[in-house]
Structures are given as C-alpha cells and as structure tokens.
Design a protein around this ligand. Structure first.
Ligand SMILES: Cc1ncc(COP(=O)(O)O)c(C=O)c1O
Length: 385
C-alpha cells in the first residue's frame, strides 16, 4: 500500500495503519497478547507465534517507520541505545572497527567504546568534515561501519551524507546515519546513500516525551535478516503500548516539525542578538559552516539550538536554572521546550574525552508553544545574569 504514496505526511499517517478487518476499527487495536493460538503444532496464524518475535502493534509501527524513512525493513526496539547495540552486534564481529564522528551523542560513544569495546569492537572518532582524515581512519582500521550523526548532538555539526556514503562505500564500509535530530520529515538518509538509519524514537518521532524507544531502518534484505535475527534472539523489542504511543506520535511528525522549525529559527535569532551570548550553534544561520549542506540535504533546520555564553559555565548554569517554560531536563524532541546542560547531563559520560562538550554550552529543544512566550521566558532568565 505504501509504494505509491509520495508525501511524507501521507506515509506517516497511513503506512502500516490499515483499518482492522474484523471490526473496521480505523485505529488498529493494541495487541497485548504475548502468545498466539496455533491451528496445529507449528501451524501459525499469519506467522504470529510469540511476542518477542512478532506482535501486530509492533509490526504496524515497523511498517510506518519503514515508510517514513523510505526504507524497506524497520525494527523497533525498547530504546535508541538498544537499537544501536542490536544493529552493531548484527553486523560486526570481535576485531571489527567503527569510525564515528568526534562529536557523537555521548551515550552512543559510551556504548561503542565502553560496552562493545570490551567485546573486541574498535573505534576511531574523526572530524567527519575532514575527508582525508575520514578516509585514512577507515582504511587504516579496515573499518566496516561509519557512524554519522547530522545534525550532531549537541554541537549541531552538519555532515554531508552523500559524500560520506561515497567515501565509506569506496573503502568497503557501510554508512549508518543517526537521524534522531533531523527526523524523517526533514531528512531521509537512505535516499542520500546511507545504508542504515537509526533513531532514538524517544525524541521527535514519539514527540510527546512519554515513550522511550529506538529504531533501525534499512533497504537491504540481507542486512534486514541479520538485524531481525538479533532483534529476536536478544529481545530488546518495544512493548505493545510503547509501539502504539510511538505510532501515534509519528502520525503528527510533519505538523510538529514545522512548528519546531519556525520556533527554533526565531529563538536562534533572538539569542544571537544578546550580548551575553558568545555563539549560537544553529544550521539555519548562513554563516554556520554546515549551512549549505544542511540546505541541500534537509527540508528545514529543525528544532534544536545550542548556545555558548561569554560568561562561561556560571552563566550557562544560571540560565539553565532560571527559565520556567523551558524545563531543565534530559532528552529532546517533545512538544514542550526543554533546556539541557550537556556537559553534566546528556554528555557527562564523555567528560575528559575527545568528545567532551564545552562547559559554557546549553542545548535547547525548542517546543511548539507560542514563540513569544518562549522568548519572554528566555528574556526573564537572561535578566538573572
Ligand atoms: C542522537 C541520539 N542518538 C541516540 C540516543 C539514544 O536514545 P535513547 O535515549 O532512546 O536510548 C539519543 C538520546 O539522547 C540521541 O540524542
């Protein structure tokens, strides 16, 4: 049903969301059953056997995610990191190597370095905009995976997906893109040459800060078979209620992202005019080093804005603790505005490493509230400096 549907919003609403044939229920019911009656030993009804392997609510989310990213196969997990862990273990073996951006999300780096490192997976962080360094790191380590986050969390670095795909493929590596910050409404990495997309669906896809989840999406059947096997054999699947909430969130992704884009742009411009601000990291600014690439590969600049303060750590901390509408909290991508101090919160695990985040930086996840109220909130907080 999804092949002929062109528009993102139509795919978000309809892919995998056929009405339930028994009653005609337009919203497919949530299936909580962990097991399924067999007609005879091993004779399954439509392939359903046991909830870790298949569940209709998860299947419908997976079809929706595949449609959203213009992929062929999607796998839904209990968190973004569970998705990343299963993906890496599906593809790599001890002795294999990952080249990743040197400003990757701290939790992804912790998983790759501290967890999978102990099981023999090597890693080299590189500046993804440095083609020579990237090529050298892949070739020297015979890397099998290149891992890109664009925009990156929280430095808002933009990486040219098509170019990195070419470099990775020429050296025999696969390209993974973590598309969490952009969301499939603004960017579809599989259409730009990436082999695999991962998401923390906890963020924009879920969209309401009420469900933790992750996803892996691919086009290739052989890759899908390997990932499907690990999903089943390891079992970090999303539960039915989580799958339902994620599906419900994804249906409205397009309308939410438009509001996030608009609000973030206004907030970024307002911040840039403040004398207390040293730098605003936002790919929508023409002088952002990744602006032209972002314009080429994204259909909007997203809802994330990072800001560095001339008053250093003390100023960043004061603002973080002074806003009222921007809630000081981990996570991002929900309808409500959040403020995060990465060096002590989301990225505390990479303190002291090459991936450490500046101590004068705050990350804003700009929500869909009325932007005048958001700016008033920031203005009042700036008054506390
Ligand atoms: C870019 C990015 N990737 C992956 C993750 C991990 O996802 P989760 O927290 O759902 O495990 C996060 C979480 O913040 C993230 O920001």
């Amino acid at each position: 049903m999804t092949e002929n549907i062109q528009g993102s919003n139509t795919r978000f609403v309809h892919a995998g969301q056929e009405f339930e044939p028994h009653t005609g229920a337009v919203v497919p019911p949530v299936h909580f059953s962990t097991t399924y009656a067999q007609e005879a030993i091993g004779k399954l009804r439509n392939g359903y056997e046991y909830g870790r392997g298949t569940n209709p609510t998860r299947d419908s989310l997976q079809a929706q995610l595949a449609g959203a990213e213009l992929g062929k196969h999607a796998f839904s997990f209990s968190s973004g990191l569970a998705a990343e862990d299963s993906l890496i273990r599906a593809i790599l073996r001890p002795g294999d190597h990952i080249v990743l951006g040197n400003d990757a999300y701290g939790g992804s780096f912790r998983l790759i370095d501290r967890v999978l490192g102990a099981w023999g997976i090597g890693n080299t962080p590189v500046d993804m905009s440095n083609e020579q360094a990237l090529t050298a790191a892949i070739e020297k380590n015979k890397a099998k995976l290149v891992w890109v986050e664009t925009p990156s969390n929280p430095m808002m670095t933009i990486t040219d997906i098509a170019k990195v795909a070419q470099i990775a493929h020429a050296a025999g590596a696969l390209l993974v893109v973590d598309n969490t910050f952009a969301s499939p409404f603004l960017q579809q990495p599989l259409t730009l040459g990436a082999d695999i997309v991962v998401h923390s669906t906890t963020k924009y896809i879920g969209g309401h800060s009420d469900v933790v989840g992750g996803a892996v999406i691919v086009k290739d059947d052989e890759l899908a078979e390997k990932i499907g096997f690990i999903q089943f054999a390891v079992g970090a699947v999303s539960g039915p209620m989580d799958a339902f909430l994620t599906t419900r969130g994804l249906k409205t992704l397009g309308v939410r992202m438009r509001a996030h884009n608009e609000n973030a742009e206004k907030v970024a411009h307002w911040l840039r005019e403040r004398k207390e601000v040293e730098r605003v990291l936002y790919p929508g600014f023409e002088d952002h080093p990744g602006h032209d690439i972002a314009k080429k590969q994204m259909s909007g600049f997203g809802g994330m804005v990072s800001v560095q303060f001339s008053g250093g750590e003390a100023a960043a901390r004061k603002i973080a603790e002074s806003t009222k509408l921007f809630t000081l909290a981990e996570s991002l991508g929900g309808i409500e505005s959040l403020m995060n101090y990465p060096s002590e919160m989301t990225h505390a695990s990479v303190k002291g490493t090459e991936l450490a985040v500046p101590v004068n930086l705050l990350r804003l996840s700009v929500g869909i509230e009325d932007v005048a109220d958001l700016i008033d909130d920031l203005d009042r907080a700036f008054g506390a400096l």
